[in-house]
Design a protein around this ligand. Sequence first.
Ligand code: NAG
Ligand code: NAG
Ligand code: NAG
Ligand code: NAG
Length: 167
Amino acid sequence: MQSVWLLLVAAVAVTGPLVLNGSFAPGVGECKTPWKDCGSTGLKINNVIVQDCCSSPCKVKLGSDTKFSFTFTPNQDYTYLNQSVCGELATACIKFPNETFGYMCHCPGCTLEPPCPFKANRMENVTVEVPLSASFPKDLEVFAQWRITDPDNKRVGCFEVPVETVD
Ligand SMILES: *[C@@H]1O[C@H](CO)[C@@H](O)[C@H](O)[C@H]1NC(C)=O
Ligand SMILES: *[C@@H]1O[C@H](CO)[C@@H](O)[C@H](O)[C@H]1NC(C)=O
Ligand SMILES: *[C@@H]1O[C@H](CO)[C@@H](O)[C@H](O)[C@H]1NC(C)=O
Ligand SMILES: *[C@@H]1O[C@H](CO)[C@@H](O)[C@H](O)[C@H]1NC(C)=O
């Protein structure tokens, strides 16, 4: 009897904080991914969330996927938008090579609700799993710059997130 009770107490002690975190943590705003706008003109970036990233720089694990998501509100209608990501090094922004990037509406590994076209003043949420090859250099600290372009290839949105590649 006593050992059953002890087990119950132990179970409550273990699950207690988890329940607390699960129900309260997202609402209190403790976790805020560091990001800044870098010259959006045709839309407004509302928020950026990098999986498990609450402080600068965001640790991105080599050999796995990291979930990036952002919300934005277009200033005008767009039949479609494209996205690309590059890493800001001393002299240039080196493009992140993956077919995940291109169309923002139906790219592989990318979700968007609802899909293109984009309507003025309607907020959208884009979630992308970014695959990071295990052969990338480790401990590299860069600003990952996310660029959004219109069908004329004009840049209409931009945000950046400090990242560090880790094992
Ligand atoms: C609850 O959240 C805090 C702060 O984010 C963290 O340090 C702690 O490990 C979490 N507890 C559990 C059980 O997940
Ligand atoms: C986008 O939607 C996903 C799934 O509902 C959610 O987890 C994520 O937090 C949202 N992103 C932003 C920036 O609000
Ligand atoms: C892009 O990412 C996908 C998913 O991880 C991977 O299968 C594919 O090989 C990558 N493509 C390039 C060109 O790196
Ligand atoms: C948008 O991305 C798609 C897929 O990568 C590409 O075929 C198309 O040319 C891009 N559009 C512009 C304007 O760059």
